[in-house]
Design a protein around this ligand. Structure first.
Ligand code: ADP
Ligand code: MG
Length: 627
């Protein structure tokens, strides 16, 4: 049958362009990627052969073989792993399966390849072969199948697939026709060096077959996590993390632990030092692989690590689970549940230590993963007491991050709640009108900018008996706070309230806005702004409502309360006009404009853009005429 020509998925072509431009010095990693795939392929077959032993009956020794051919300028990397059927070949080596990766490639490509080192941040995987090869030939046979297949490409937009009579009995052989400038990868010592550097942890032998036919095992060939800690270097841990976690940074934290007792397992877990690009993927999958007595079982064991620790990478190797366990029942397995509980405890314990002993380092972790860890406050009721002290926040009172304990220690006399404001972005929140009065009185407000914040706050309610209170909801009497140091303006305002002018203004505003707001009242949370919106005590907080609306969880918006700053020059002038009784129109127009202004400060659109524009123009005309 003739070879069939197929086009790469667009993202793959983009990726190949980037790969072709990538840094010269980085290209040796192609070997790590191909060995990593070969090792995965052997892991997969080992697992399948638990239930189908005939698959490996003839050749039970898994290995990866490197065969340089100096004359032909070819390097061959072969394995006796699971191999690929035709469809798998087309799918796996023609597309990018993970949607997150595809999206990332798009972004990289838009970057115009300005920053080729970015390539180091995610797995280029198989396609990295084109960094050193003009042409790549993959010959493969799926274990247990009769037909073998060959895939050939020069990395220029398309590949061919055809039947192969010379396919290995099982597994995959990848032949690279090395580029002119890549002949170094024919040298035995060069290859040995790369394998030791990047692939020493690979749990099966990587064998170099030299021209004369003599064989050399290049790596230690035992699963890294089974070795004693004292014999593992930081570099080896890092390389293993790259392999297992598809990470390309250095791990922020490495936890290697052997548990003996009621349950026996070894865990080697990493916390990345940078945020993986698919951290907020809805699948919330953690990158922790499950092994049973050194045999790979799955990298999608849902119950092993809770979603709110999904930034973890690594392996768990259980001594207790049966080898023939079905992947489908793992989630409810009591052994898995026990391991999960132990892992959670251990990880949180280590985070606590870091938070106490190395706060700056911990802050870096928090910036990356705090938003994920906080999901645990919502989901894992039993972990709240442990998680709350680990949480860090931006705040109006300090640079950087602060913890709740520190917040409480800074609370003002008479303050009985932890004040916060929730929204999209901390810097914008810090400038919110609703925060002004708190700042003026030295009362600290936490700035909550993660989507999960509103939810865990509802679920948790309080910290050390101090309830969380939103500064954008309900009536808050600030005059009781701050140990009596009331801003001077407050007294002025009170005088004017006495003479009734402000009362009159409020009454006119209420009348003008009767249909659109729940109430209009004087505020003590404003200093610079003239107005702001707050939610009524009995309603949802405004940001929460906006979020729920976005996700179609609620379809109505509750009416808000418009608060008016009694000390603002504009408000006082309006109050004067209102008292004269003659300017009813003007006051009503001003009420509408101020309401829209308050909405804008919330990041909400004005209600009627045309009407808003007309009113604004009128005000400007008037002020120009007056000037
Ligand atoms: P990743 O390893 O991150 O999945 P790669 O680009 O390295 O991405 O590989 C893509 C896919 O191709 C693998 O997931 C695997 O299914 C398949 N593959 C690659 N190399 C081999 C191999 N030697 N044997 C079997 N399958 C392979
Ligand atoms: Mg790979």
């Amino acid at each position: 049958m003739a070879a069939e020509t197929l086009a790469f998925q667009a993202e793959v072509s983009k990726l190949l362009d980037i790969v072709a431009r990538s840094l010269y010095s980085e290209r040796e990693i192609f070997l790590r990627e191909l060995i990593s795939n070969a090792s995965d392929a052997c892991d997969k077959l080992r697992y399948e052969s638990i239930t189908r032993p005939e698959l490996t009956a003839e050749d039970a020794e898994f290995r990866i073989v490197l065969r340089p051919d100096a004359k032909a300028k070819m390097l061959e990397i072969s394995d006796n792993g699971i191999g690929m059927a035709r469809d798998e070949l087309v799918e796996n080596l023609g597309t990018i399966a993970r949607s997150g990766t595809a999206a990332f490639v798009d972004r990289l490509a838009e970057d115009g390849g300005e920053s080729p080192s970015l390539i180091g941040q995610f797995g280029v995987g198989f396609y990295s072969a084109f960094m050193v090869a003009d042409e790549v030939r993959v010959t493969t046979r799926r274990a247990g199948e009769t037909q073998g297949w060959r895939w050939i490409s020069d990395g220029q937009g398309a590949f061919t697939v055809e039947e192969a009579e010379d396919a290995p009995v099982r597994g995959t052989s990848i032949r690279l026709k090395l580029r002119k400038d890549a002949k170094e990868f024919l040298e035995a010592d060069r290859l040995a060096g790369i394998v030791r550097r990047y692939s020493d942890h690979v749990a099966l032998p990587v064998v170099l077959v030299e021209d004369g036919g003599e064989e050399r095992v290049l790596n230690t060939a035992s699963a890294l996590w089974t070795r004693p800690k004292s014999e593992i270097t930081d570099e080896q841990y890092t390389e293993f993390y790259h392999h297992v976690g598809h990470g390309f940074d250095a791990p922020w934290l490495t936890l290697h632990n052997k548990a003996e007792g009621r349950i026996e397992y070894t865990s080697l877990l990493f916390v990345p030092s940078s945020r993986p690009f698919d951290l907020f993927d809805p699948a919330r999958r953690a990158g922790v692989k499950l092994y049973v007595r050194r045999i790979f079982i799955t990298d999608e064991c849902e119950g092993l690590v809770p979603g709110w620790l999904r930034f973890l990478r690594g392996v768990v190797d259980s001594e207790d689970l049966p080898l023939n366990i079905s992947r489908e029942t793992l989630q409810d397995n009591p052994v898995i549940a026990r391991i999960r509980n132990a892992l959670v405890k251990r990880v949180l314990g280590e985070l606590k230590k870091k938070a106490e002993k190395a706060p700056e380092d911990y802050a870096a972790f928090w910036e990356n993963f705090g938003g994920v860890l906080k999901e645990g406050l919502y989901e894992a009721g039993d972990q709240r007491e442990t998680l709350l002290p680990l949480a860090r926040f931006r705040s109006t009172a300090v640079e950087g991050l602060t913890g709740l304990g520190d917040y409480v220690s800074r609370m003002k006399e008479g303050q009985d709640a932890i004040f916060y404001i929730a929204g999209e972005e901390a810097d914008a929140l810090a400038r919110s009108p609703q925060v002004e009065g708190f700042r003026a009185r030295g009362v600290e407000v936490l700035l909550m900018a993660d989507p999960i914040d509103e939810f865990w706050i509802q679920a948790v309610g309080a910290f050390e008996d101090k309830p969380f209170r939103s500064v954008t909801r309900g009536d808050i009497d600030l005059s009781a706070l701050g140990g009596g140091e009331k801003p001077e303006a407050e007294t002025k305002a009170q005088e004017e309230t006495k003479d009734g002018k402000l009362d009159g203004l409020i009454a006119s505003f209420r009348l003008a806005l009767a249909d659109t707001v729940k109430d209009v009242r004087l505020s003590n949370r404003l200093t610079d702004s003239s107005v702001c919106l707050v939610a009524d005590d009995s309603d949802l907080d405004m940001h929460l409502e906006r979020m729920l609306k976005q996700h179609k969880q609620v379809d109505t918006t509750s009416k808000r309360i418009l608060e008016v700053n009694p000390d603002h020059a504009l408000i006082r002038a309006l109050a004067g006009k209102a008292a004269e009784g003659a300017a009813a129109d003007l006051v009503a127009e001003a009420a509408e404009l101020l309401l829209d202004q308050a909405r804008l400060a919330e990041g909400e659109p004005v209600r009627d853009a045309a009407a808003f524009g007309r009113r604004l123009a009128k005000v400007m005309e008037r002020s120009l005429a007056a000037g």
